[in-house]
Design a protein around this ligand. Structure first.
Ligand code: AR6
Length: 194
């Protein structure tokens, strides 16, 4: 009898791309379980927590993350702030605020900025591995086929300009459909399966 696959049974292979000394990778999974130095949260301007990946990170990380966010107060769109990782495996959580999709050209600039600012916050504390969710493509409505190349362009440019900063930059996609968009984008850039 066929075994039903639980959500955590990762049957899809990860895909990787080397940019100098930095390995870019994409996989399907739950970012709260990542064993990296820093995970990125798709937060809101008020850092109030919410649903989606934000809710999952606050839930898994425990009250210290919420308390630190309250102390910081706000984070403008396109920027990122950092807290500890609480009970998570990751030492740090970077709370990045992506744009609410409007269809205006400013969306792309703000989305790229959210990724870049996250990498800056992580490198400031010496984190050498980082995992991103797909910022803005859930509740904020950014079409993932448009968002994925912006995410990849931004981290690639950062890795090229800062070759010693990161060993690993990983994208963690929550659904097979989202992962397949990243898989295609990685493949288009010459990536290979792990
Ligand atoms: N691991 C990885 N990705 C996840 C997880 C997880 N555990 N859970 C959800 N995703 P969203 P946004 C994916 O809505 O669009 C919040 O309420 C999800 O499938 O979390 O930036 C905040 O407080 C989607 O692909 O973030 C803000 O108010 C992606 O994460 C607002 O939503 C992003 O979806 C931010 O909206």
């Amino acid at each position: 009898m066929a075994r039903l696959l639980a959500r955590d049974d990762n049957i899809m292979p990860a895909i990787t791309l080397n940019i100098g000394n930095t390995r870019l990778a994409a996989e399907r999974g739950d970012i709260t379980r990542e064993r990296v130095a820093a995970i990125v949260n798709a937060a809101n301007v008020g850092l109030r927590g919410g649903g989606g990946v934000d809710g999952a990170i606050h839930h898994a990380g425990g009250p210290s993350i919420t308390a630190e966010c309250r102390k910081i107060g706000r984070c403008p769109t396109g920027k990122a702030v950092i807290t500890g990782g609480g009970k998570l495996r990751a030492q740090w959580v970077i709370h990045a605020v992506g744009p609410i999709y409007s269809g205006l050209p400013s969306d792309a600039a703000e989305l790229g900025s959210a990724y870049r600012e996250s990498l800056l916050r992580a490198s400031e504390v010496g984190a050498r591995s980082i995992a991103f969710p797909s910022i803005s493509t859930g509740a904020y409505g950014y079409p993932i086929k448009q968002a994925a190349p912006i995410a990849l362009d931004t981290v690639t440019e950062f890795a090229q300009a800062n070759p010693a900063a990161f060993e690993l930059i990983r994208f963690v996609l929550f659904s097979d459909a989202d992962y397949s968009v990243y898989f295609a984008e990685f493949t288009r850039r010459g990536a290979r399966r792990e």
